[in-house]
Design a protein around this ligand. Structure first.
Ligand SMILES: NC(=O)c1ccc[n+]([C@@H]2O[C@H](COP(=O)([O-])OP(=O)(O)OC[C@H]3O[C@@H](n4cnc5c(N)ncnc54)[C@H](OP(=O)(O)O)[C@@H]3O)[C@@H](O)[C@H]2O)c1
Length: 227
């Protein structure tokens, strides 16, 4: 049976790569972009006859409701990838910049995850959120990027609270995923790995963890990250 994956934040970088990888693996893919005009890169991918595109800003409750109403049931994998770097310093940033980072990386993705959690297939479904190793308090030995770090730590915390509700009861696995340090607009040209390496590792992990009925914080190679 053909599996269905929803990838949120698919205009470029890791989201676009996750769409390409899952089309290659034979999935029916539902992708979201924020801006009209971002569809052509997706439509040019091999296998795009199995691709459906919707518009969504994760910070918009109206967009979340519209997407939820348009989705098929059930979905095998929901992958909420959207995110921003945000301001570097909690002191130098304006309140608006801090709020925007929290909305884009925490409240938006988590409210979307809550809206879709019961649409994920029981027992074998996976609900994944793109986190970052920077969200690990235990593995923060260098400091820096303090606002971004805190957004991903908060996202991990909300993901655990979400999993303890209906996903755990329905056997849905929740993953907080670190993609590696990846060459994208956000990761920069000096990053460790390319998009293809990251997304093929992530796709393997989504498959490996389906049915594990847990909430885990892992990287693209399956390494367990300390909270
Ligand atoms: N690259 C890395 O090394 C790295 C490491 C750890 C974690 N991550 C995480 O991986 C995810 C993807 O990062 P990336 O490197 O691919 O970054 P990217 O190239 O900057 O892409 C970010 C994606 O998120 C979308 N997005 C941002 N805000 C959104 C919103 N409010 N609503 C909907 N979509 C939104 C962007 O859409 P637009 O094109 O419309 O802006 C774009 O598709 C992020 O969550 C990031 O924190 C990346």
């Amino acid at each position: 049976m053909t599996q269905t994956i929803l990838i949120v934040g698919a205009s470029r970088g890791l989201g676009l790569g996750l769409v390409a990888e899952h089309l290659k693996r034979g999935f029916d893919v539902i992708a979201t972009v924020r801006k009209t005009g971002d569809e052509p890169a997706l439509k040019a991918l091999p296998g795009s006859d199995r691709l459906t595109i919707h518009h969504l800003d994760v910070t918009s409750d109206a967009d979340i409701a519209r997407l939820a109403a348009a989705l098929p049931d059930p979905i095998d994998v929901v992958f909420i990838n959207a995110g921003i770097s945000g301001p570097k310093s909690v002191v130098a940033a304006t309140a608006d910049e801090l709020n925007a980072a929290m909305q884009a990386n925490v409240f938006g993705p988590i409210r979307l995850a809550h809206a879709l959690a019961d649409r994920v297939r029981e027992q074998t479904g996976v609900l994944a959120l793109m986190s970052s190793i920077m969200g690990s308090i235990a593995e923060n030995t260098s400091g820096g990027m303090e606002v971004y770090r805190a957004t991903k730590t908060a996202q991990n915390s909300f993901a655990r609270s979400l999993w303890l509700g209906s996903p755990r009861a329905r056997g849905v696995t929740v993953l907080s995923v670190h993609p590696g340090w990846v060459k994208t607009d956000m990761g920069g040209a000096g990053a460790d790995i390319d998009v293809d390496t990251s997304v093929s590792g992530i796709a393997d992990q989504l498959k490996a963890h389906a049915g594990s009925h847990a909430h885990r914080f892992i990287d693209y190679s399956g390494r367990e990250i300390a909270w």
